[in-house]
Design a protein around this ligand. Sequence first.
Ligand SMILES: Cc1cc2nc3c(=O)[nH]c(=O)nc-3n(C[C@H](O)[C@H](O)[C@H](O)COP(=O)(O)OP(=O)(O)OC[C@H]3O[C@@H](n4cnc5c(N)ncnc54)[C@H](O)[C@@H]3O)c2cc1C
Length: 240
Amino acid sequence: MNGIHDYEAVIIGCGIAGAAAAYFLSRRGMKDILILEREAQPGYHATGRSAAVLVEFDLVEPIFRLKVLGGRFLRRPPDGFSENPLLHPCGILMLFQGDLWREVCGMVPGLRRAGVTVEVLGQAETLLRMPVLSSENLDGALFLPEDGHIDVNGLLWGYLRHSRGQGVRLHCGEEVTGIRVAGGRCEGVETTAGYYRTRWVIDAALCTGCGDCVIACRPGGSGTWWGLPLFPSPPAGAPW
Ligand SMILES: Cc1cc2nc3c(=O)[nH]c(=O)nc-3n(C[C@H](O)[C@H](O)[C@H](O)COP(=O)(O)OP(=O)(O)OC[C@H]3O[C@@H](n4cnc5c(N)ncnc54)[C@H](O)[C@@H]3O)c2cc1C
């Protein structure tokens, strides 16, 4: 057991979400941060399996806004963040059909107002560019010439390198087994190596991308085990 340590924040999971949380929190002055990753290395799960494309389009407005903000960061990261470009703008072509195509066409002015470069291609124009496609399956397409492939590895290690420079600590091979709550606030986290007292617990372990990352929070036991500031409670019916 490690004994008790005090941290301002403990981040559970070191995929891109945990690494980004550490980076932005430490840049905003929170120095005493510990990231706990159960695997032997960061980025082993959804982050390492991503198709790695930036597509600044989404039917859900808040997600669309986040993608646009993400695109700005990838195109213009802070000086010295990464040795190589984080985005290779090879262009993204999205195909649509029927009612969805009509809805998407109506969204184009909003995309442009948000700063997204977008070309609207009718069916014939799309087929001209991509002759292998079948006309039965599309009415038109959006082409985003400035979007494309993300260097996920560069992004992940950029976040981590700069976080480390700000004093953030990372423990790999250490799994969080529970979160202790007292008086309605988190108090600390239990891990396979010990217990850490902390003011904030940030759950970056619950991505649904690959389905095999969950924190083993459980009711009862010593104190109450509970969810986190970002995800207020465990999913209903979870066997913890
Ligand atoms: C097949 C696929 C393709 C995708 N393509 C794209 C794409 O093209 N573009 C895009 O923007 N996004 C894409 N995504 C989504 C993107 O990859 C994810 O949204 C992102 O990687 C999620 O990051 P994360 O940090 O939340 O999750 P993860 O990378 O899964 O990180 C969670 C981490 O938490 C750790 N963990 C879990 N439980 C514990 C515990 N109890 N204690 C300690 N550590 C724990 C895990 O080991 C893991 O490392 C794709 C995802 C998948 C699966």
